[in-house]
Design a protein around this ligand. Structure first.
Ligand SMILES: O=P(O)(O)OC[C@H]1O[C@H](O)[C@H](O)[C@@H](O)[C@@H]1O
Length: 496
């Protein structure tokens, strides 16, 4: 049996290859043991799923295993975005959630995310504990399928990994319930408090929403309609094949939205990935706005318009324009490895007003510590409405206020496992005095290797945790230097 491992964000696998009902049962049992070991069964678990092939059936399997372990299940009545599943954890004060989704992966994938009781992505010490449970279960040959009564008895037997149950329940074993939920009304109400819906309504905007056939359909489009925007829907229907592509809202995959904006002179295009935790933004004129361009605009907006003045947290790969804004307003910046789990942690512990990452994830103070593409889209609409200009024009204004424009780019390079090992070794020992003719001012080894050059330009190379490749990120105020900086670094680390 192949080992099941949690990557940057959960366990993902190809359906019917390693993502099988049997393995889903094993991972569910590992999560059930994790919850029972911490005496949290009485709080119950939320089970959500996206609209991929078989996601609802996998969710049923997860629910069965939880119930067999005496854990109450709040099972979603239909597909949910990941941030809504996370939000439901708060609504029900649950012990956590399982979300069945492979996010933006190709259609043949599915995945399993565990969201602990703080309603954000599981931190490494939590996924490690679950992986250890998985390994133990795999060593004894998987999970026995029990009937409910037998399972409850087993769960309450002293010495079983699922025991002991909380004292109140220990004397009287209960049959765990399965409750069907619809977290949409509470989630809508919450977002309507975080976003200036009135301003969006007053602007009388035409907005295109592209759900990329993912589980965000019926969320961002509906909320914008509630705000009285004129909404045009694109790919807001279920298609487990995602129209033949990946549900990833990058510039290339949003050509349809760009065309619509150009032809119809729309003000804004808002896209979501397969489980609506990531965002993609198309500005007036059909121009794709990268997350590295959008996040500083949002931080400026939060501080100057919404009165949310406070620190910011970003990953190593995210624009330092955020640092300039923080510095000007006397605020701290918390840098993390790539992965929203670290951003979520800073949102909880450092009182940050914004947490964001280059790959298209963000959340703000007052919301859950999970990335939310629906919230991001609404905030983008609010910004266009309040400032009365395109995001590109707002970016010019922000750049003028905070020391000039920055240009960032990412290149993904495929490697063989052998080459990957060699590059990783190189990264550990590499300490260059200069790069692309400029002295190296700082070496950051939080995730891969980042070199910050005198004057503020930076380059980062790191192995992806979700794909078999290295990512190389560069940011500079002089776009013509991107190529040289990247080439020099690639040469140094042997990625040519
Ligand atoms: O660059 P990678 O390691 O492939 O990770 C890219 C992204 O993967 C997932 O979507 C995580 O939720 C993100 O937090 C992360 O930024």
């Amino acid at each position: 049996m192949r080992r099941i491992k949690f990557g940057t964000d959960g366990w993902r696998g190809i359906i019917a290859d390693d993502f099988t009902f049997e393995n889903v049962r094993v991972v569910s049992q590992a999560v059930a043991d994790y919850i029972n070991d911490r005496n949290m069964a009485h709080r119950g678990i939320v089970v959500g799923y996206d609209n991929r092939f078989l996601s609802d059936r996998f969710a049923d399997t997860v629910a069965d295993v939880m119930i067999q372990n005496g854990i109450k299940v709040y099972l979603s009545g239909g597909p949910l975005p990941t941030p809504v599943t996370a939000f439901a954890v708060k609504v029900h004060d649950a012990a956590g959630a399982v979300m069945l989704t492979a996010s933006h992966n190709p259609p043949e994938y599915n995945g399993f995310k565990f969201i602990p009781d703080y309603a954000g992505p599981a931190l490494p010490h939590i996924t490690r504990a679950i992986e250890e449970n998985v390994m133990r279960l795999q060593d004894v040959g998987g999970v026995r399928v029990l009937n409910q009564e037998a399972a409850v008895e087993l769960a309450f037997k002293p010495g079983h990994t699922g025991a002991p149950a909380p004292a109140a329940h220990a004397t009287k074993p209960h049959i765990a319930e399965r409750i069907i939920i619809d977290p949409r009304p509470e989630y809508f109400e919450h977002l309507e408090q975080l976003v200036d819906m009135e301003a969006i309504g007053r602007a009388n905007m035409e907005v295109m929403v592209d759900a990329m056939h993912g589980s965000g359909m019926g969320y961002l489009d509906v909320l914008l309609k509630k705000a009285r925007a004129r909404v045009k829907e694109c790919r807001c229907s279920r298609d487990p094949l995602f129209g033949g592509s990946m549900p990833e809202p990058t510039g290339k995959s949003l050509a349809g939205v760009c065309r619509w904006i150009q032809e119809e002179e729309g003000r804004l295009g808002l896209a979501l990935d397969g489980d609506a935790d990531r965002f993609g933004i198309i500005d007036a004129g059909g121009v794709y706005i990268t997350p590295n361009q959008f996040l500083p605009l949002l931080y400026h907006h939060l501080i100057t318009v919404k009165g949310l003045v406070g620190p910011v947290t970003r990953t190593v790969a995210t624009s330092h324009m955020l640092d300039r804004i923080a510095r000007k307003h006397g605020q701290a910046v918390y840098e993390t490895p790539v992965g929203f789990k670290y951003i979520g942690q800073n949102l909880m512990e450092k009182d940050c007003v914004l947490g964001g990452e280059e790959s298209g994830g963000l959340s703000i103070k007052g919301h859950i510590p999970e990335k939310d593409g629906i919230l991001a889209g609404l905030l983008a609409a609010e910004m266009v409405a309040v400032h009365g200009k395109s995001l590109a024009d707002l970016a010019e204004e922000v750049a003028r206020q905070y020391g000039g424009k920055l240009y960032s780019e990412r290149l993904d390079v495929r490697t063989t496992p052998k080459q990957k090992q060699q590059v990783l070794e190189k990264l550990q020992e590499l300490r260059p005095a200069e790069l692309a003719g400029v002295p190296v001012a700082e070496r950051v080894d939080l995730d891969g290797l980042k070199l910050v050059l005198a004057g503020g330009e930076w380059v980062l190379v790191r192995p992806s945790g979700t794909e078999p490749l290295f990512r190389i990120y560069v940011e500079t105020g002089q776009p013509e230097r991107i190529e040289q900086i990247r080439r020099d670094l690639m040469e140094m680390v042997g990625l040519q």
